[in-house]
Design a protein around this ligand. Structure first.
Ligand SMILES: [Zn+2]
Length: 236
């Protein structure tokens, strides 16, 4: 089961809880994040209190793991971005004025008065990706909604740090703009997943049966998404 540990400082740490016939609580940090092994009988509130007391250890280990696996993105000329799973080379050119990024073949070109202003370059490129994301997701959503036999829900972009999408009872689907970097199949999976929540607001067997109708090979997509998550979260 997947849970989120809320810390007093507002930080949220997702973790996977695996209950076992054991007497002690074990924690490990993997590529998927924090995994907790706990005795069958411990109350959830007691478990979370204990995890909170270890918060310093957990957050430092998570940070170290992240830094070790994926280096921070560098906003320099020639850096490699991704759009719909395809590599996109960032081209930064000096110019007398700033302009928005433009897609040319498999290059994303940006002209700027200061090629060293990485903050500005990052902001412009991320805005561009967000615009692409909105256009792309808005095309896919009605297709999957129709397959489900539901009216197309409202689409909102999210900037969440730990989740790809969400769906609420007001029929709003939020999709993380960073998904635009992923192959189309993975975007389709997240859309299928969130739309299935219109029918089942949980992760029960009934929910997964709805997902399977929209996206039969969802276990592979779920795995692939996990495998590239850190890469996709490098931006923004
Ligand atoms: Zn879900």
């Amino acid at each position: 089961m997947q849970y989120v540990l809320a810390l007093p400082d507002g930080e949220q740490i997702p973790y996977r809880l695996e209950r076992r016939a054991r007497h002690t609580i074990g924690m490990k940090i993997t590529v998927d994040g924090l995994i907790v092994h706990a005795p069958l009988r411990i109350r959830h509130a007691d478990l979370e209190a204990l995890l909170r007391s270890k918060a310093r250890w957990i957050t430092s280990k998570l940070k170290a793991r992240q830094a070790a696996v994926v280096p921070e993105f560098e906003w320099r000329d020639g850096a490699e971005l991704h759009l719909l799973g395809q590599p996109l080379t960032l081209r930064i050119a000096p110019s007398s004025r700033n302009s928005s990024p433009k897609l040319e073949g498999n290059a994303l070109k940006i002209a700027t008065t200061n090629i060293h202003d990485h903050t500005m370059i990052a902001r412009k490129v991320i805005q561009w990706l967000q615009k692409e994301a909105r256009l792309d997701f808005a095309r896919r959503l009605p297709i999957f909604a129709a397959r489900l036999g539901e009216p197309t829900p409202a689409l909102l972009l999210s900037n969440a740090k730990t989740r790809w999408g969400s769906c609420n009872s007001r029929r709003e689907v939020r999709l993380n703009w960073r998904l635009i970097q992923a192959p189309p199949a993975l975007i389709n999976y997240v859309i299928a997943h969130e739309l299935a929540h219109l029918r089942e607001m949980n992760h029960s067997a009934r929910f997964w049966a709805v997902v399977a109708k929209l996206y039969p090979d969802y276990p592979a997509a779920e795995q692939a998404l996990k495998a590239c998550s850190q890469q996709l979260y490098r931006l923004g």
